[in-house]
Design a protein around this ligand. Structure first.
Ligand SMILES: C[S@@+](CC[C@H](N)C(=O)[O-])C[C@H]1O[C@@H](n2cnc3c(N)ncnc32)[C@H](O)[C@@H]1O
Length: 200
């Protein structure tokens, strides 16, 4: 039985049903393609839905959101479900994962844009928010943020216990404003909010 709590988030019944339909799609497709680690399949709500949804709580006024290396749509599809007024773009280089994202978009009735390409080949998105979960070291993520953020945009990157070391390494190449938030799902993890990235 899933614990379907989303602490601090006031979601409608329709939104919750969409999230549950998404969980079912993730579970079904992950038997064929590796959308989530098998070890997390028993706790998709906490490990993936809540873990992604908490990013949406950190920025609610954005009009455009780019999710890089979206995989099975984490956090991008969760953001699109929670913030239907936000134009979400998912960037994913793996064609099979893009096929899943297209199916999810259709079955969940979402209007996200899906770009089936490498991030390195993208034209600048100019997004209000850029996110990336489990994609790359922070130094590389800040490089993507510098290219794809609007001038007053923010980047949101969940990071695990190596966060402090990744921040120190990134400071060698980048100047940026940083705010850290505790993770709702893992006491050792945090969410890094990056603003105004500039190469040192
Ligand atoms: C570890 S998975 C994480 C997926 C998702 N963000 C999540 O948290 O479950 C990283 C994803 O990024 C994609 N990816 C890696 N490098 C990429 C690149 N250069 N351009 C686009 N997608 C990339 C991979 O195909 C993979 O789906």
């Amino acid at each position: 039985m899933m614990d379907l709590d989303l602490p601090g988030m006031d979601v409608s019944r329709e939104t919750r049903e969409r999230l549950l339909a998404y969980v079912e799609l993730l579970r079904k497709w992950t038997k064929r393609i590796n959308l989530i680690a098998p070890s997390t399949a028993g706790d998709v709500w906490q490990r993936h839905i809540l873990d992604s949804a908490q990013l949406a709580t950190l920025h609610q006024g954005g009009r455009t959101w780019g999710d890089l290396g979206s995989g099975g749509g984490l956090p991008g599809l969760v953001v699109a479900i929670l913030q239907p007024g936000c134009r979400v773009t998912l960037v994913e280089s793996d064609a099979r994962k893009c096929a899943f994202l297209q199916t999810a978009r259709r079955e969940l009735g979402l209007s996200v844009e899906i770009l089936s390409c490498r991030i390195e080949d993208l034209a600048p998105l100019g997004a209000d928010v850029v996110s990336a979960r489990a994609l790359a070291p922070l130094t590389d993520l800040i490089g993507f943020a510098a290219l794809h953020l609007a001038p007053d945009g923010i980047a949101l990157f969940p990071k695990g216990r190596q966060a402090a070391a990744e921040i120190a390494a990134a400071r060698a190449s980048w100047d940026f404003a940083l705010t850290e938030f505790p993770s709702m799902t893992d006491p050792e993890a945090r969410i890094l909010k990056i603003e105004r990235p500039r190469r040192v």
